[in-house]
Design a binder for this molecule. Sequence first.
Ligand SMILES: Nc1ncnc2c1ncn2[C@@H]1O[C@H](COP(=O)(O)OP(=O)(O)O)[C@@H](O)[C@H]1O
Ligand SMILES: [Mg+2]
Length: 285
Amino acid sequence: MTSTPIPAPGAPAPVPQAEGSLEDAGLQKGRLVEPSDGKAGEPMIAIDAVSKWYGSFQVLTDCTTRVSKGEVVVVCGPSGSGKSTLIKCVNALEPFQKGQISVDGTKVKDRATNLPKLRSRVGMVFQHFELFPHLSISDNLTLAQRKVLGRAPEDARKRGLDLLARVGLSAHAEKYPGQLSGGQQQRVAIARALAMNPIVMLFDEPTSALDPEMVGEVLDVMVELARDGMTMMVVSHEMGFARKVADRVIFMDRGEIVEDATKDDFFGQPRSPRAQQFLSKILSH
Ligand SMILES: Nc1ncnc2c1ncn2[C@@H]1O[C@H](COP(=O)(O)OP(=O)(O)O)[C@@H](O)[C@H]1O
Ligand SMILES: [Mg+2]
């Protein structure tokens, strides 16, 4: 057999699975997430006064927010406002020069932090699904489980197929990504992220590359995930999704968090002119 690629550069050697084998993972029938044993209300993501520059261009300015366990936060704002950059800082895909970010109490910018391990617990779903085109769906679902978490192939396969069933795609396990629609590929990408037992899920415009008729099937999976109690930070302009499941909405403009409000306040009460203008534009279509 030829060697298979690993999902992230610098992925660590397989580590023994510290937190629970598949047997005790507690995956319940019909649920996408294991019940959290953490206390509700604890910050799962803490972003404190984060600033970032690309050369002399300041892309993030003094961003501060908290995401509690089980909370769903939707991040919106104009193109170029720093949304992708901010969420990439959360799992250290982007470095930042000032401030601090912690995930479940682990500081992202700390020399002692094992970044590959941290990233393995922070699921990330991008606009473009980024499945491996030359691997079957089942291999896409199991690769990182085996290479990064060191799971036995049969355990990884069981978990992968279980999650594939949860996103309604059991029939497609042996197909290749190119044989699936964009909406189906994105559901596989979500299942792949969930297979790693993430404690947090980050989404960066997961439906914006999809044909309109496929948006709903992906949002349905995300709604279910939210209702199952996953902590989620979702960059999206799907305001219907935000109204349905968001606890809070963050509005960014020019690298700043301009609004950080409960969903009801964001959609209902007077807010900054910039957010108002933005909302009236996207809601008028
Ligand atoms: N690697 C990079 N180098 C320089 N500038 C960048 C880089 N990535 C993003 N930017 C700039 O940073 C700003 C914020 O980008 P981004 O976080 O992608 O915004 P958003 O996701 O809100 O559209 C934009 O002005 C973008 O052009
Ligand atoms: Mg973006």
